[in-house]
Write a new protein. Sequence first.
Length: 506
Amino acid sequence: MSSSSATNVVSSDTPVVSSRRWLTLSVVALAQLMVVLDSTVVNIALPAAQADLGFSNGDRQWVVTAYSLAFGSLLLLGGRLSDLIGRKRTFIIGLAGFALASALGGAANSFGMLVGARALQGAFGAMLAPTALAVLITTFTVPKERARAFGVFGAIAGAGGAVGLLLGGYLTQYFDWRWNLYINVFIAVIAIIGAVIYVDHGIRTGPRPKLDVPGTILVSGALFGVVYGFSNAESNGWNSPLTWGVLAGAVVLLVAFVLWQRRAIHPLLPLSIILDRNRGAAYGSVLIAGIGMFGVFLFVTYYLQKTLDYTPVQAGLSFLPMIAMLILAAQLGTNIFVPRFGPKIMVPFGMTLGVIAMVLLTRLDLHSGYAADVLPPLMVMGFAMGSIMPASMQTATLGVDRQFAGVASAMVNTSQQVGGSIGTALLNTLAATAATNYVASHAPVTAIVAAEAAAHSYATAYWAGGTFFAFGAVFSALLFRRRGDGVSLTNPHGNAAAERVPLTAH
């Protein structure tokens, strides 16, 4: 009997309550934290790793890019595998593989070995991240408890990057850069033990669905092209033929994937999942928030360390108030505000707060202080993300049949990953151009001019991030349905059967 809970032909109208659901949440939260923080924890360790292994500045980006390429391109496959072979099995395989890849990276004695290990981390992370969310979906079936669980999960998704900066700074400064990778082994072992004990096996009552191989190849190639194209734009500029060639190829593959999904017998991603207005709005909101949020993590970290001369640990600690506000907003939102107002109010509200935070950050200069100038916008941004992420993530998977929970969850991670890739390339390019133009117009170049150019470039990135948040506010306000209209957090089964993804595979 298979362990797949994904292929149960059980109506999602019938709540199935697990007696160990809160312990399951703790295991899932631990795994999610490991995946999210790993996207930033290694960044702080890069200078030390580069000095130890002797790779060039041009090669340095591949330590980050190798992870994001594998992770971003394989997310939908990883999510679908959890639907096919079972949540618990996929979850444990993902944890074990992530731990082994992390150990390999920590022991790396060459640049190639480190990059290969990071790619393996990304591949197993692509299995782990959507499966963790799918376990949450199928474990918490009572709406009120589900909201609380998503509050925790959304807070971790939003705060994990900042936790990674703090942890990475501490490990690099007081231990060794390799511990930024070794730490995952300890986290994964604890999570594996918890998964074996607390994550339930599902019982298949219908036939085993088949993997959509053509669809998997098309969408994996498209996502690889998107992530690689924007990564190449960051390093080689927007005038690079390779950048536009790869992005154009990604668009072609994505169109081919959509056309194939319309006629596939066993589609990888049924289009009804993303064409629902609420779910489409949720995926779009996660993507936009990922773009805007990147400006905070990257450029505020640069500002704190390069302009205010903070140590890595001090820079990481500076983000703690933002994390606290994010957790507070996530809990208030999922328990009080989202049930009362719905995502149509809460997500635009969070996006608007994001605009305010970005505008406040544009005021930072060489003479700004942390308490008066940096802390307020960080706290506003924390509350913004705590308002956006839990409501969006919960809505993104609402009303999806259990057999497609994995791939629907993968779309959340895909949106966040693609948003991060776009933010990395676009905001970095805008900042670099702004710095170059500032220096050119303020000759001769002195240390003060260079510092002012850096501050000016960060402000340019914040304005761009604020623009994305402003667009997100309008987008989410227009696209999310009103409360009680169709599938919504207050009307989880919708008003019409047509809005439901079919309960059985084609």
